[in-house]
Design a protein around this ligand. Structure first.
Ligand SMILES: Cc1cc2nc3c(=O)[nH]c(=O)nc-3n(C[C@H](O)[C@H](O)[C@H](O)COP(=O)(O)OP(=O)(O)OC[C@H]3O[C@@H](n4cnc5c(N)ncnc54)[C@H](O)[C@@H]3O)c2cc1C
Length: 387
């Protein structure tokens, strides 16, 4: 089905992204990122130079100023995933969808001036640290504290599963600044990882996204100046997270649709080439039927995601709509990738093949950004008329 949400500016930008991919997303680069468990800084700097990150950073702070139009970000996500590098797509996504928005939408003028220009160039890598060893879905159960002292805060605690956590220079960190677990007991602090008492901890070994770092972080008496309190207002952290989570979930939805679409293309190409019993694998009726189902699912995914992209760009994507997009898209992605791995036979299990890597990457889409159970909870509560 023809998609119609992009105009010529988006398509011109797609050419820029494709050119970047041709130069930087080579097999050698991908193997290096996988071996080192992170995307190297030179690639992030090149992405900054080519204008692929910092898309929502206003022009006055050195960015592309595409705040209102998320379709440009979707183009980057789609193309990098179609090129078989979920890890690079992940690294870009953390920068642009999880870290930068807190500064762009909620940062003080001083915070924007200090950090955004270098986030747009890739000189500063950002991360978002909410999850802790003892609290993931139940975010109000965190125990990292920020105690008010003269001129700032002293932070103590630990975070885990933090994407870009090993390479980050600046971490948007969810901390407790009050007693109990009322929404106003939490704040977001911008913590520079060069601060004394901050430790990147160890990189975690994952089943997928091998080339993108995920790490534990620890904070031991880390002093954070009060000007690094996001928005300059204490007690707003929970509300601020809730404001940006729809974007994180839409971004995962786009990644899911892109992976499903790419899997269809890879599998059609593979089954046309591969022969069994004297014919091409695509000539078996079972293969064509399975691929027909996949093709219809991919069309439905894009139709849904495209509506959500337009709604977000108009400022109209609600938390519940984003939650629906996230769980529905990632579950369709999972079905599609499983079918496509099967149609590749044994080669589908070998990580040299993009289909195997995409399958392994996809598994976490149903877990992070809020698990799909929590997504259903958000939607179900609204249907039940609960707050
Ligand atoms: C690769 C990776 C990258 C990540 N990146 C980041 C990051 O950059 N920043 C960050 O802060 N976090 C990150 N996370 C953490 C991720 O968001 C959490 O793992 C996720 O939210 C789930 O939290 P949890 O692991 O504590 O699971 P738990 O909350 O312990 O959940 C365990 C199970 O219980 C279910 N469950 C929990 N509560 C309910 C409920 N109310 N109703 C029904 N079922 C429920 C869950 O759905 C799940 O199936 C990442 C995780 C991974 C694996």
């Amino acid at each position: 089905m023809q998609r119609d949400i992009y105009d010529e500016d988006h398509e011109a930008f797609r050419d820029v992204v494709k050119e970047f991919i041709k130069r930087h997303v080579t097999n050698d680069a991908r193997e290096k990122w996988d071996a080192e468990g992170e995307v190297d800084r030179a690639t992030m700097l090149a992405a900054g130079e080519a204008g692929l990150i910092g898309l929502s950073v206003p022009e006055e702070f050195g960015g592309a100023g595409m705040l209102q139009d998320y379709r440009f970000r979707a183009v980057v996500n789609e193309e990098v995933i179609a090129a078989g590098s979920g890890s690079l797509a992940g690294a870009f996504g953390i920068q642009d969808d999880l870290a930068v928005p807190y500064l762009v939408h909620m940062g003080t003028q001083e915070q924007k001036e200090k950090y955004l220009p270098r986030m747009a160039t890739g000189e500063i890598i950002g991360a978002l640290a909410m999850t802790e060893p003892g609290a993931g879905s139940d975010l109000r159960g965190i125990s990292t504290t920020a105690k008010k002292v003269d001129g700032g805060y002293i932070v103590n605690g630990a975070k885990t599963f933090i994407s870009s956590g090993a390479t980050a220079d600046l971490v948007v960190t969810f901390v407790k600044t009050g007693e109990g677990n009322r929404p106003d007991a939490f704040s977001l602090l911008l913590i520079e990882t060069a601060s004394e008492g901050f430790d990147h901890g160890k990189k975690l070994h994952k089943m997928g996204f091998q080339g993108h770092d995920t790490a534990e972080l620890s904070f031991t008496d880390v002093f954070v100046p009060e000007e690094n309190l996001i928005s300059g207002r204490e007690g707003q952290g929970f509300v601020q997270l809730m404001m940006n989570l729809p974007l994180e979930r839409l971004s995962i939805g786009v990644a899911a649709a892109a992976a499903a679409g790419a899997a269809l293309d890879w599998t059609v190409a593979y089954t046309k080439e591969r022969e069994a019993f004297g014919q091409r694998v695509i000539d078996f009726q079972n293969t064509r039927f399975q691929l027909a189902d996949v093709a219809a699912t991919v069309d439905a995914l894009w139709a849904y995601i495209d509506r959500a992209l337009l709604a977000y760009s108009k400022g109209e994507l609600s938390a519940e709509e984003a939650a629906k997009v996230k769980f529905w898209a990632t579950e369709r992605e999972w079905d599609v990738l499983d079918t496509c791995v099967q149609l590749h036979g044994g080669y589908g299990y070998i990580t040299e093949y993009p289909i195997a890597r995409a399958f392994l990457d996809a598994r976490v889409h149903r877990i992070y950004g809020g698990t799909n159970e929590i997504m259903r909870e958000i939607v179900g509560r609204q249907l039940a008329g609960k707050k």
